[in-house]
Design a protein around this ligand. Structure first.
Ligand SMILES: [Zn+2]
Length: 223
């Protein structure tokens, strides 16, 4: 039964100035970085044509699906299903009374591609304020474990998301430090997503480097 990391973060206040310290706990130690690469396919080495054919079968065809080029790789993509994009956008903190939300990203590693198919969402035991989100509910780990089990370990933990009450979200110093605790000892890439009130920030961590994939803020560059 896989479980999730524990991290904390700090987010800017709505003026973008003073930063409020808060925590975001992602359940227990260990990680659910599972075995999707190893378990996907038959283990037989495929020809380039076979790989292209198989990739074509899952590449996006629906409007609203988010497709981002994977940095540092040729012809490698990050596909985020439209249902995930819409679900996370539904938690945008548009009103003053809206609290932060967050969860984990689940999906598949297909050769060099990442395919996000599900995001967990806040549940009863999560602690939420306008400037904080503590992921305390065990449902996140339970849902991740369910997906993992139903797919024989192919649907894997692929990252984290949470909201910020700011139009153009950027990761706080604590966000970066806590994410690093997750990715620095892993060989496989992970995504980190912050949903703002109107825009989003998405980064990919791989080989101890966090690179921005999508951001509306100029000059963010490499994290
Ligand atoms: Zn944050």
């Amino acid at each position: 039964m896989p479980s999730l990391h524990s991290i904390r973060c700090i987010c800017p206040d709505e003026c973008g100035g003073t930063r409020h310290r808060h925590g975001r706990r992602l359940a227990e130690r260990k990680c659910i970085s599972a075995v999707s690469d190893a378990s996907y396919g038959t283990g037989r080495r495929e020809s380039g044509e076979e790989q292209r054919s198989r990739t074509d079968r899952w590449m996006p065809s629906m409007p609203g699906t988010l497709v981002l080029p994977r940095p540092g790789e040729r012809a490698a993509w990050i596909l985020i299903e439209d249902s995930v994009v819409a679900q996370i956008a539904s938690h945008r903190q548009r009103l003053l009374g809206d609290s932060e939300a967050g969860g984990v990203l689940l999906g598949y590693r297909r050769q060099k591609h990442l395919h996000i198919v599900h995001a967990t969402t806040p549940d009863h035991e999560d602690s939420r304020t306008r400037f904080s989100f503590d992921r305390l509910d065990e449902s996140h780990a339970r849902i991740a474990a369910k997906h993992w089990a139903l797919t024989d370990g192919r649907c894997d933990y692929l990252g984290e998301w949470h909201t910020h009450p700011e139009r153009y979200p950027t990761p706080s110093g604590v966000d970066r430090r806590e994410w690093r605790k997750i990715y620095e000892h892993r060989s496989r890439p992970l995504l980190f997503w912050i949903e703002g009130t109107e825009c989003r920030w998405i980064g990919m961590a791989h080989k101890s480097r966090l690179v921005v994939l999508e951001s509306s803020v100029e000059g963010v560059g490499q994290a």
